[in-house]
Design a protein around this ligand. Structure first.
Ligand SMILES: Nc1nc2c(ncn2[C@@H]2O[C@H](COP(=O)(O)OP(=O)(O)OP(=O)(O)O)[C@@H](O)[C@H]2O)c(=O)[nH]1
Ligand SMILES: [Mg+2]
Length: 414
């Protein structure tokens, strides 16, 4: 049973309620982890166990605020021309020729440390650092470029054989107690070149393995369990791009995960699922907090159902899944089709039918009746509260399914 039905009237039952909360929370959290850190989860469980519900809800609020305000600074560093700026553009979902993109070129291009905030979230910044290994490059790139300590982690970009510069950077980052991910770019052109030069013996997997092994052998002299991600900045759906993003998300501090998941491009069904999981988790935590507080006499379960507010929320979810008006028009343009063709795949464009959906209303009635029978809280406010809660779950599911259909269409048409 959904612990939104938890009620502190049954004081002797609070241990059971706390364990219900813990197991329910585990079912909400995707395989990458969720919004609550282990420490916060334990504090909330303890609060419920002891009947100190205000402490539990305060902890939920603190976690939600931390995840909302989290900043992320990622430094991208490596040999000149290795594809750092191109890589940053891919992460920001910006074409190399678009306004605001990082400049990309065949000659040394990035000459000073440049911050590139994510267009959808200014709290997340990618730092494009000038390339190493050119006549103008610095003698000790780490000390001179990195200097301060503001970065959450580094991405070392390399586009050819593992070099002494790559080794130096990896070592310096490691010695400074920072995390790095090693990314080998341009594997598309390696495959092309190998196929051209050895058409009879060419095997894609063998070439990729050779590249991977070369990096791994060299990195293993610096870190104990090295990982290498092979990517092409021209084909981010292929090779290890998705794996890299998943790995980073898994290893990020919990409070930074929510924002980072929302910024994932809709490159795969699994990314769409990750977004769905974490947005639902946030909605549930907010509802859980409100439901508990409602048992305090001074805090009624006040929730006014306002249609235009709900419509705004639906738009917000569409934005999280890359289906806002601007994104739809960009997708249509890229596919050489009309916006109408894309919106015809989206059920979330029909706000009214989502609001009037029978299954949502049935769920609302069921929950509201149970709560009323336990607490005697005014039925109308309980009804409104659950209506907003279930409607948001419906919005999120519908937009996520829309995103999958649009993704399939993009794949079909490309
Ligand atoms: N084939 C291929 N070319 C790439 C890839 N990534 C970047 N390039 C090309 O490599 C060249 C250099 O890319 P940049 O992104 O400017 O490299 P950079 O590391 O930022 O270079 P500097 O700013 O000079 O240090 C450009 O011509 C890009 O189009 C890739 O994954 N595959
Ligand atoms: Mg550059």
């Amino acid at each position: 049973m959904d612990p939104l039905l938890l009620h502190p009237m049954e004081k002797n039952d609070m241990k059971q309620q706390a364990s219900k909360f813990r197991s329910w929370y585990k079912t909400l959290v995707g395989r990458l982890g969720g919004i609550l850190s282990q420490v916060s989860l334990e504090r909330i469980v303890k609060g419920i166990e002891k009947g100190q519900l205000k402490e539990a809800t305060d902890e939920i609020e603190r976690s939600l605020q931390r995840s909302k305000n989290a900043t992320l600074n990622v430094a991208v560093i490596g040999q000149s021309g290795s594809g750092k700026s191109s890589f940053i553009n891919v992460l920001r979902g910006i074409g190399h020729e678009e306004t605001g993109s990082a400049s990309v070129g065949v000659v040394p291009t990035t000459t000073k440390k440049t911050p590139y905030p994510h267009p959808k979230c200014p709290h997340v910044t990618f730092w494009d650092l000038p390339g190493t290994g050119t006549p103008k490059s610095l003698s000790n790139p780490y000390q001179e470029l990195v200097g301060d300590d503001k970065y959450d982690f580094f991405i070392i970009i390399s586009s050819s054989r593992f070099s002494s510069n790559d080794a130096l950077l990896a070592q310096e980052i490691q010695e400074n107690g920072k995390k790095f991910y090693f990314v080998r770019t341009k594997v598309d052109s390696d495959l092309y070149n190998e196929k051209k030069s050895k058409p009879r013996s060419f095997k894609k997997e063998t070439v990729l393995q050779q590249i991977r092994d070369n990096c791994l052998i060299n990195l293993s002299r610096i870190v104990s369990e090295p990982t290498v991600f092979l990517v092409s900045n021209f084909e981010p759906k292929k090779f290890d791009f998705l794996k890299l993003q998943e790995t980073v998300l898994q290893e990020l501090p919990d409070e930074k995960r929510y924002t980072s998941v929302l910024l994932l491009p809709n490159l795969s069904e699994s990314f769409i699922e990750m977004k769905r999981d974490i947005i639902k988790e946030k909605v549930w935590l907010q509802a859980f907090k409100a439901a508990i507080l409602a048992f305090f006499p001074i805090m009624p379960l006040c929730c006014v159902f306002n249609l235009s507010e709900q419509e705004e929320c639906l738009k917000l979810y569409q934005g999280h899944f890359g289906l806002d008006e601007d994104s739809v028009s960009q997708i249509a343009q890229e596919l050489g089709t009309s916006e109408q063709e894309i919106t015809s795949l989206m059920k979330s464009t029909d706000f009214n039918s989502l609001v009037e959906d029978d299954s949502t209303i049935a769920n609302v009635k069921k929950f509201a009746e149970i709560i009323f029978s336990i607490t005697g809280l005014p039925q109308s406010s309980v009804f409104q509260f659950y209506k907003v809660y279930f409607l948001h779950l419906k919005f999120i599911d519908t937009v996520a399914e829309d995103a999958k259909r649009v993704l399939a269409k993009i794949e079909e048409m490309k």
